[in-house]
Design a protein. Structure first.
Lengths: 371, 274
């Protein structure tokens, strides 16, 4: 009898299936409300109050000063511009990698797959400062390539561009090739060896072209550390796992059936990818990009080490916050911080919206440790 | 498992090749560089860099504050996870979403705002400093930001496990005459234990490497409030690359061992689940 009355009393509270609580799981009301109050207070003090303080600090001297702090300070303006340059490059690189890694790992089995999946997570356990240090050790003045970069840094450009071009050609070849061997005509019949010959030609042409026309200046130092390329590298390292981590479980959950159907109906790789794979995983992809972007925008430690803090040159937004803080320009510092806070809030809202749309069979995504 | 014949689906060699290439270039090569650089130091130099009094103080502080912060996180995170899975109250969805904020908020913003909250005329400092509680530029401040940074890790690890607990176990326990408290201590807590430990390890691992938020609030005084990553930056600014690398290797080895521990714990708690 008592059981029933308790259930009747709590009926309105236990409406949704997820929160359906039976009698044995029901704590007394005083405990319920005091624990809830405590939890809300903890979230309030640890999370809500700081966020409120960011905006209070930014608007302390009025909206006009706030706006002035953001747009009239040339160094702050430059920092915003630099962040908006560095982040898209790093995020794009990691999206391309994430899609490739997810395709390889979720669609095929091969020896070392578990190891590869584990290695992708590696950057999460590296302290950002150590991540920055790594690139200083490689590209810094005293680093392994330091002397070379200083003497004739642009000499690597033809190789870099050639490698990129060859990669694009390879992608194009594999992606547009008809899926069925019998449908391959003309150029598509080219065996891999012939393909390798074309690639080698592209490579040699570019390197020779550089020697003949000097597209890139010779004997000029190329700055990577204390310059934008270093910022991109450090940001890309720190945000490396995000997209792959989100895509792999989503692709696993969806399975390859629809892709196989597309192929059997005569689609080539490109058509299958754009008309089947991308629409299937798009929310997972957006989710990964959102998280990757949030972390990239806010990255501090790794970027701090490689930037050299040249105001108006290599300061990104988080570094600008620190510099203004050191200069005791609190309203200015909070103004920049408020922009990043708005971005964080926006990220949370979009993230919440997306979580309902992503296939949820995968375990460990939400438990996932990492952001 | 969706592993398909490589002859049917296109792009295996291309995507795997690119994955390994990009991973090697951006992640493995730099990590190797650190170890190679550290290996080029003589044992004497290496030891001289990682075992100075200042470095020892920094390790002790890093681990001490990370440990305390992770412990606090287990308590607070466990409480929040409990309230979010077991109770309904107005604004629950907002609280649930807000728990993720420390992951989305740049660490520099977290550090900046915590520093200004707990200084003498800050929103919280004006009440706490007269009581003798100084949250800014002290070790307490480091713990505070580390609690902020690590909170989501514990909540998000415990929450799904708590939601999956079979109500029958609790019913059986209470029908056998256990009080609510006994049920909690002897039925629920043991089930949650692996998740709590995993959450602890995740928060701890994150705290060890944390830099952006701590640098604002700690004041960075050697021997007092200087954590290991700050010491690395200090060495780098003196252009002492060798010494910085040596300390970095110590941190890396610890982080990688933490990673192994976490992987073990996660497989342990998954076994525990079934």
């Amino acid at each position: 009898m008592t059981v029933e009355t308790a259930e009747v009393r709590d009926a309105p509270r236990a409406k949704s299936a997820a929160t359906k609580i039976r009698r044995a799981q029901q704590d007394p009301a005083w405990l319920r409300w005091s624990l809830t109050g405590l939890a809300v207070a903890v979230v309030g003090v640890l999370i809500v109050l700081p966020v409120a303080n960011v905006f209070a600090g930014a608007l302390a001297e009025g909206a006009a000063v706030y706006w002035k702090n953001l747009v009239d300070d040339p160094d702050t303006r430059h920092a915003i511009g630099l962040t908006l340059t560095v982040v898209p490059i790093a995020v794009t690189a990691n999206v391309v990698f994430g899609v490739a890694a997810a395709w390889a790992i979720a669609r095929f089995s091969f020896p070392g797959r578990t190891l590869l999946t584990a290695l992708i997570d590696l950057p999460f356990s590296v302290s950002p400062v150590v991540a920055g240090l790594m690139f200083v050790l490689i590209f810094g003045l005293q680093g392994y390539f330091g002397a070379f970069l200083r003497r004739d840094g642009y000499a690597i450009m033809p190789y870099l561009v050639a490698a990129l071009l060859v990669l694009l050609l390879a992608v194009a070849y594999f992606v547009f090739r008809p899926s069925h061997p019998r449908a391959r005509r003309g150029l598509w019949k080219t065996p891999p060896l012939g393909l390798a010959f074309v690639f080698a030609t592209v490579f040699v042409l570019l390197v020779l072209g550089q020697q003949a026309f000097e597209v890139w200046p010779a004997n000029k130092s190329l700055k990577i550390i204390f310059a934008t390329p270093g910022l991109v590298l450090a940001t890309a390292f720190v945000t490396f796992p995000f997209v792959a981590r989100e895509l792999i479980p989503v692709m696993n959950a969806i399975g390859a059936d629809e892709e196989l159907a597309a192929l059997s109906l005569g689609a080539n790789g490109w058509q299958m990818f754009w008309h089947v794979t991308v629409p299937n995983v798009k929310w997972g992809l957006v989710y990964g990009i959102i998280l990757c972007n949030a972390r990239a925008m806010g990255e501090f430690g790794a970027v701090y080490v490689v930037s050299g803090h040249i105001a108006g040159e290599t300061d990104t937004m988080p570094l600008r916050i620190e510099k203004l803080f050191q200069e005791y320009n609190m309203p200015g510092s909070f103004a920049v911080a408020s922009v990043l806070t708005l971005l964080a809030i926006l990220t949370l809202v979009v993230k919440r919206k997306l979580e309902d749309r992503i296939p949820q069979s995968e375990q460990g995504r939400r438990t996932g440790a990492h952001p | 498992m969706a592993s398909v014949n490589r002859k049917v689906l296109p792009g295996f060699s291309l995507t795997l090749g690119y994955t390994v290439f990009y991973l090697g270039l951006l992640v493995l090569l730099p990590i190797t560089a650190v170890f190679v650089k550290a290996g080029s130091l003589s044992l004497h130099d290496f030891w001289g860099a990682v075992w100075t009094e200042r470095a020892r103080a920094a390790y002790l502080l890093t681990f001490g504050t990370s440990f305390v912060a992770a412990l606090v996180n287990v308590l607070l995170g466990g409480l929040i996870a409990w309230v979010l899975t077991r109770y309904t109250f107005p604004g629950k969805r907002i609280i649930d979403a807000l728990v993720d904020l420390p992951l989305a908020l740049p660490t520099a913003v977290g550090g900046l705002v915590y520093a200004s909250l707990y200084v003498e005329n800050g929103w919280l400092g004006r009440f706490l400093v007269p009581l003798g509680i100084r949250g800014a530029y002290t070790r307490l401040g480091i713990v505070l930001v580390l609690v902020f940074v690590g909170l989501p890790f514990v909540v998000r690890t415990v929450q799904p496990v708590l939601a999956d607990i079979d109500p029958e176990a609790e019913e059986a326990s209470s029908s056998l005459g256990a009080t609510r408290w006994q049920t909690f201590a002897f039925v629920i807590l043991p089930t949650l234990f692996p998740a709590l430990i995993t959450g602890f390890a995740l928060a701890f691992a994150r705290s060890i490497g944390e830099y952006g938020s701590v640098v604002f609030i700690s004041g960075n005084m050697p021997f007092k409030t200087e954590i290991a990553p700050i010491l690395i930056v200090a060495r780098l600014e003196e252009f002492a690359y060798g010494e910085a690398t040596a300390i970095a290797v110590v941190l890396l080895v610890i982080s990688f061992s933490m990673l192994l521990v976490i992987n073990f714990l996660e497989s342990w708690s998954r076994r525990h689940d079934r």
